[in-house]
Design a protein around this ligand. Sequence first.
Ligand code: SF4
Length: 318
Amino acid sequence: MRKAEKGGVLSVDEISSLLDVKEASEEARELFEVSRFLADKLLHQRGRIWCAIGLDYRPCKVKCNFCSLSEWWGLVEKVYEMPKPDVLKLARSFIEKGAHYVVLRTTEFYSPAKLVELGYDINSIKPRDVRLVANTGEVSINWLKKMKEAGFEGLYHTVRLREGIDTSIKPEIRLRTIKAIREAGLKLYYLVEPIGPEHTNLEIAQAIDLMRKLRPSLIGAMARNPVPGTPLARYGRISEFDLAKVVAASIIATLPMHEGVEAVCVHPPSKLACKAGANTLVVDYGAIPREKDFVLGAWRGFDVKDAKKMLREGGYEV
Ligand code: SF4
């Protein structure tokens, strides 16, 4: 922590040792103080709201052991794709309420042509400082370039924890898409996810190390939601403290070596993680890999106004 406080770059073992701190200990208090100190010093102190619209509720052919939408678990009974007017209405409403990011999320095989079309439409109604982001499958460089032209600022894409083991997509495929995202001139948005109780501190530290090496514009962490009927649900979920700890370690490991971070995100929303330096919260809507049913409304009732409140309580301007 002393090394990080002075701007030193931590090794993977050092990151892992940060994750060893115990809840309610003096070390934990110090960890969150150091991460917040670095976030305040090296980032702006403004809160950000990431509004995600899940466009397609349909069985996805990829076998992800945590995802409610994977066809392997048979949880999706009725296919539903959000009609374009509804997407535009929702995007407009998020923008009016104060979203900083409008994110179009899809399953792995959503048509990139449709995303491009939606990109042009949303770009025509959004102010310049609202960023349009896609969270979709392994898109080719040609489509990524078209998405950039349509007004997308970047893509959310990650190499997941135990990628290729708990998913049927190899890490190399994810990395190839991430390379193409950068080559297309798009920003990369990235979280360490989906964290469950079975992941070791070393695995998480290695995931943080990979994240920082990929130099994303958004960093942070997401906990897995145990959806009944998915294979990993049996492990349960991590605590809010454990999630905040990964956010803190991500800040400490990344900010001293990469100046391009514009936001630190935590999902699900956590006041503790905000205090530790997370300045970005997610409002989720529609088809959500963390939920069995299509969600008509904000996931778990957490809307833009709730995100603003939590961020302000965390000491951010929003
Ligand atoms: S996480 Fe994404 S790729 Fe995996 S099954 Fe769900 S929608 Fe498909």
